[in-house]
Ligand binder design. Structure first.
Ligand code: NAD
Length: 500
């Protein structure tokens, strides 16, 4: 059961879906063709949105705890197929096996979270200023939720959105990355299994649109899609955000990050080094929360950088399906080229670069494996302020804690951040209003690997959206404020007398 075809067939997918299409799915592991997937036309996209709208009209009347039952069944299905789906993520996105399965575990976790939530979609009761009146808030489904997702979390991002959107009473239309269509088809097949066990879910509750930008734009421009939740580059968000706003649709943006770790003079350097290495080279630097900047106190900088070089030298690079390897390939050649361009710029801007070169080219001429790079910079130069989606760690030194904070906040992105310190004042300042300006701020733990229970997302060019835990479910519902008069009078608000 090794090939993607075997896995997909086992997950219930018809093999005709994998041949004769125009979208060639390739594995970044060796560049081999995995399948020829059929793309949707814009007209087919509109038809799918219409089906989803019809489904949402029926689904919104199903009691929320019953909707939760569908997600419970989906979570069960994912548990049964965790290894296969995880392997498909590895094959299609190039993640090491532990990370591929870890991504499926995130799907399972959000399903569990959403099931509990299906009994907790609470509104408030509010004190009214008028006698014999009661005020309250009611939360209703939005209708159709569109999800656009990136290649690097090909299954988890959809599930974070879909699990919440579905228990909230919506239908979901998903446009996955054109680089990872197979995992999307697999998710849809698994969801169909859950729907079958559930029994009476309306058809069209979950639709998948295969294709590139045009298909995504159909979702973005459709007035039937109440919310567009888009995960990807800041460049994509700049296009999608204003287009959705133009039609007064809602948008939830999860865009690029440029995440830093500050290491203070009192830090536990063993912990810091482990946190930095995992954050910087895990998933070959292709996580939105990847550690891209290290801001280290000058008194410990030499020691820490030396440790990092040592850890980098011993991190095995290679086929992510081999359990010994920790660093898999970049997604494609464009990604490799962008990394090389960034390293050239770093050198031009005074950086001292180690690593970054292509490796394993003889063995995998059509794949793009690189040695993760460490670039010691004279300061936070222009190239450091951009997200290059590859394993480059820029290192900057600081003397004064205030300067470290200013550097941490001095980039356009605002996703994840961390500090390693045993100084209470530094830790609390970092978490205070005057500290990190990111959506995620951690102490003595790195920037990547967020848990489902918290709200996930970031500020500034990261887009401002929040997904997953806490009260993110509210993004998928609309709020109605209700006032009920149970008196025999009609008192007006603000004590206004009108025609009496
Ligand atoms: P990308 O922006 O190239 O593509 C993302 C998705 O947007 C794809 O499905 C693509 O087809 C679609 N798309 C692109 N332009 C569009 C348009 N004009 N209209 C509609 N759809 C459009 O991103 P990528 O290379 O797949 O992923 C890497 C990026 O995603 C990085 O910047 C990373 O930081 C970011 N990311 C962010 C998060 C987060 O939660 N903040 C999570 C994962 C990835």
């Amino acid at each position: 059961m090794d090939t993607p075809q075997d896995i997909l067939r086992n997950l219930g997918l018809n093999s005709s879906a994998l041949t004769g299409g125009t979208l060639i799915a390739r594995s970044p592991i060796d560049g081999a063709e995995l399948a020829q997937v059929h793309e949707h036309t814009v007209a087919q996209a509109h038809a799918a949105i219409t089906r989803a709208r019809q489904a949402s009209l029926a689904w919104r009347d199903v009691p929320a705890p019953r909707r939760g039952e569908l997600i419970r069944l989906f979570g069960e299905t994912l548990r049964q197929h965790k290894q296969e789906l995880g392997r498909l993520v590895s094959l299609e996105a190039g993640k090491i096996v532990a990370e591929g399965e870890g991504e499926v575990q995130e799907m399972i976790d959000i399903c569990d979270f959403a099931v509990g939530l299906s009994r907790q979609l609470y509104g408030l009761t509010i004190a009214s200023e008028r006698p014999g009146h009661r005020m309250m808030e009611t939360w209703h489904p939005l209708g159709v939720v569109g999800v656009i997702s990136a290649f690097n979390f090909p299954v988890a991002v959809w599930s974070w959105n879909a699990a919440l959107a579905l228990v909230c009473g919506n239908a979901v239309v998903w446009k996955p990355s054109e680089k990872t269509p197979l995992t999307a088809l697999a998710c849809q097949a698994l969801f169909a299994q859950a729907v079958q066990r559930f029994g009476d879910a309306p058809a069209g509750l979950s639709e998948v649109l295969i294709g590139g930008r045009e298909v995504g734009e159909a979702l973005v421009d459709s007035h039937t899609v109440a919310l567009v939740s888009a995960t990807g580059s800041t460049r994509m968000g700049r296009q999608v955000g204003p287009r959705v706003a133009q039609r007064f649709g809602r948008v939830l943006l999860e865009l690029g990050g440029n995440n830093a770790i500050i290491v203070g003079p009192t830090a536990d350097l063993d912990m810091a080094a482990r946190g930095i290495v995992f954050g910087a080279i895990g998933t070959a630097g292709q996580r939105c929360t990847t550690t891209r900047r290290l801001i280290v106190h000058e008194s410990i900088a030499d020691q820490l950088v030396q440790r990092l070089h040592k850890a980098y030298a011993s991190a095995p690079i290679g086929n992510p399906l081999d359990s010994g390897n920790l660093v898999g390939p970049l997604i494609d050649r464009a990604s490799f080229d962008a990394m090389q361009a960034a390293l050239t710029a770093a050198r031009e801007q005074g950086g001292k670069v180690a690593g970054g070169e292509r490796v394993l080219a003889d063995q995998y001429p059509d794949a793009w494996y690189v040695r993760p790079a460490i670039a010691e910079m004279p300061g936070q130069t222009d190239v450091v302020c951009h997200e290059t989606f590859a394993p480059i760690l820029y290192v900057m030194r600081y003397k004064d804690f205030g300067d470290a904070l200013a550097m941490q906040n001095g980039v356009p992105q605002g996703l994840s951040s961390a500090i390693f310190t045993n100084d209470l004042r530094e830790a609390e300042t970092f978490l205070s209003a005057a500290g990190s300006d990111c959506g995620i701020a951690n102490v003595n733990i790195g920037t990547s690997g967020a848990e489902i229970g918290g709200a996930f997302g970031g500020e500034k060019e990261t887009g401002g959206g929040r997904e997953s835990g806490s009260d993110s479910w509210r993004n998928y519902m609309r709020r109605a404020t209700n006032t009920i008069n149970y008196s025999r009078n009609l008192p007006l608000a603000q004590g206004i007398k009108f025609g009496e």
